[in-house]
Design a protein around this ligand. Structure first.
Ligand code: AP5
Length: 218
């Protein structure tokens, strides 16, 4: 399946994408993760992206689109993918349609994950990410059994630089201004499925998988 996840920062896109990708045996393509990987490896792309990310702004479309086009052309993405964090602007959404047409592929469904702002802030402020395997944890909602040590690989956890309160506020604003218009775009294409992203991780996974199955049988 070719799936896009859309939702504000902290909606649980990365958490659900990891679970769904494992279940469907398709790659999880996260533009945020690719940018962060480049930042930690100190590449030129990482240097360019870091300024925007730390300010809570979007990395320019041209850079992001070229990066995703390269990733989707790799053989493991031909049978399907779950795109997390892309597209985020109308220009990116239109370009994704073009790229998929060139690859003779189509989107099956766009899952829009919805939850309220207070919950988003709680989720982002308590988020911790494993520095080894990338597993996403939460201090209260999904804690590790030993503090600051990933249950799955034993590496330490870190907090993302853009999870500071002032940057969180800006990221939410940028989402409303630049990404929410995608809801109308994908509604018109009859690809949108709205998911209630409140409740436990398992409850949200169940709703997401149900929506994917409905899209598959449509
Ligand atoms: P990106 O990494 O994509 O960040 P984001 O979209 O802001 O989303 P987050 O990763 O913050 O949240 P999420 O929805 O994945 O939540 P998560 O599952 O982690 O992008 C970062 C930056 O990169 C952007 O600001 C931009 O600068 C740049 N960028 C990326 N893509 C770009 C693009 N296309 N164009 C331009 N720039 C781009 O969950 C959050 C926390 O909540 C976790 O701790 C988790 O354990 C917990 N949690 C999850 N689900 C639940 C639940 N149901 N109940 C309780 N807790 C939960």
């Amino acid at each position: 399946m070719h799936v896009v996840l859309v939702g504000p920062p902290g909606a649980g896109k990365g958490t659900q994408a990891q679970l769904i990708a494992a279940r469907l045996h398709i790659p999880h393509v996260s533009t945020g993760d690719i940018f962060r990987g480049n930042v930690s490896e100190m590449t030129e792309l990482g240097r360019q992206a870091a300024t925007f990310m730390n300010a809570g702004e979007l990395v320019p479309d041209a850079v992001t689109i070229a990066m995703v086009r390269d990733r989707l052309a790799k053989p493991d993405a031909h049978a399907g993918f779950i795109l997390d964090g892309f597209p985020r602007t109308l220009v990116q959404a239109e370009q994704l349609q073009t790229t998929l047409a060139e690859l003779d592929e189509n989107l099956d469904v766009v899952l829009q994950m919805k939850t309220d702002d207070d919950e988003l802030v709680r989720r982002l402020s308590g988020r911790r990410v494993c520095q080894g395997c990338g597993r996403i944890w939460h201090l209260d909602y999904d804690p590790t059994s030993v503090a600051n040590s990933c249950d799955e690989c034993g590496y330490g956890l870190s907090q993302r630089d853009d999870d500071r309160p002032e940057t969180i506020r800006r990221r939410l604003q940028v989402y409303r201004e630049q990404t929410e218009p995608l809801v109308d775009f994908y509604t018109e294409l009859k690809l949108l499925a709205v998911i209630d992203a409140t409740g436990t991780v398992d409850e949200v996974t169940l709703r997401s998988v149900q929506a994917l199955m409905e899209a598959r049988s449509a």
